[in-house]
Design a protein around this ligand. Structure first.
Ligand code: NAP
Length: 293
């Protein structure tokens, strides 16, 4: 049963319509170059009635991505009297990769984070809308508007070697993204341990907070780059696009939309690190693209 007739899941015309506007999202993401409002992370607003607690906001804004994708696949295959199990293995693997990423990003990530800054409701709305659009487009392509038989994959120029190369890139990106996230978590966990030791040595008195505790990260890939987690997230979704083939338009749009929304955040973050820890220390690292910037 459709949630919104012809939109969720989308008819083919509406899928093409959404894809057209979705491919213009970089214009929206680029507004961050000229607007100083941030509303999350280092740019979180200290006290605002429009703030949502970080972990709750993150979980609820990211969960729609994989949920909508799974729903869209089920609904569009059912509409032609089939089921997701009838799809070619390529479609199932691509859907599985997407869900694997979001099982981590939407659920595990906020649960294991030692603390997260509040997120403004405007950021929450933009991120949740991003997830719904992305889950809809990728799900619709995998279930109906991309290749849905082996003959259609063959006609689209499918190559096992390219699919494997894409999988390799995706896996390397996911692993490097995870371990870089982990380096940031470790900064706050070790500060927590330091504060507990201090409290113990003072007979249980005192104690601070790790909330919004920042250090210049220097371990793992942070030795060379300030935003390795961003860069490798791009590698991950580049791999996804490569695996599905160059006609996998929603995967291409996802990659571009991520680059256009995350690049200005990383550049502003670089400036934030320079001001907080000094240009001398920060300028020894690339900001986000190793060897280039
Ligand atoms: N932001 C996006 O547009 C976006 C889009 C797609 C995917 N992602 C992925 O989602 C993940 C998180 O993104 P993000 O934009 O939230 O990254 P981020 O600003 O680097 O923050 C990541 C987490 O680490 C903490 N943190 C950041 N810098 C720290 C430091 N120097 N010392 C100690 N703790 C620090 C943050 O705490 P606070 O919350 O308190 O700052 C937050 O919990 C990344 O893996 C990214 O690739 C992000």
């Amino acid at each position: 049963m459709a949630i919104v007739q012809n939109w969720l899941p989308p008819s083919e015309d509406n899928y093409n319509f959404i894809m057209f506007w979705w491919s213009l999202f970089p214009l929206f993401g680029s507004l961050q170059w000229v607007v100083s409002f941030d509303g999350m992370g280092k740019g979180s607003i200290a006290k605002s009635m429009f703030n949502i607690p970080g972990k709750l906001a993150w979980l609820t804004m990211e969960v729609p991505g994989a949920t909508v994708l799974l729903y869209t696949i089920r609904a569009l295959t059912a509409a032609r009297g089939a089921s997701p199990e009838d799809l070619p293995w390529q479609n199932k693997v691509l859907a599985g990769l997407f869900v694997t990423h979001y099982a981590y990003r939407a659920i595990i990530y906020p649960l294991v984070a030692p603390s997260m800054s509040d997120i403004h409701v405007f950021v929450w709305l933009s991120a949740a809308s991003f997830q719904v659009c992305n889950g809809t487009c990728i799900g619709a392509w995998l279930a109906a508007y991309g290749p849905t038989t082996q003959a259609e994959w063959a006609a689209s120029g499918f190559s096992t070697a390219r699919f494997a190369a894409g999988l390799l890139l995706f896996s390397a990106g996911l692993a490097a993204n995870y371990f870089s996230d982990e380096e940031l978590r470790e900064i706050r966990r070790s500060e927590q341990r330091r504060q507990e030791r201090l409290k113990k040595s003072q007979g249980g008195k005192g104690g601070g907070t790790i909330h919004r505790h920042y250090e210049l990260p220097n371990n793992g890939l942070f030795r060379y780059i300030l935003y390795p987690h961003y860069f490798f997230e791009w590698v991950e979704w580049l791999g996804y696009w490569v695996a599905g083939g160059f006609a996998f338009a929603p995967a291409r749009a996802f990659l571009l939309n991520e680059i256009f929304s995350m690049l200005p955040r990383a550049v502003k973050g670089g400036e934030w690190y320079r001001q907080k820890f000094g240009a001398e220390k920060v300028n020894k690292k690339w900001i986000i693209i190793p060897g280039i910037y």
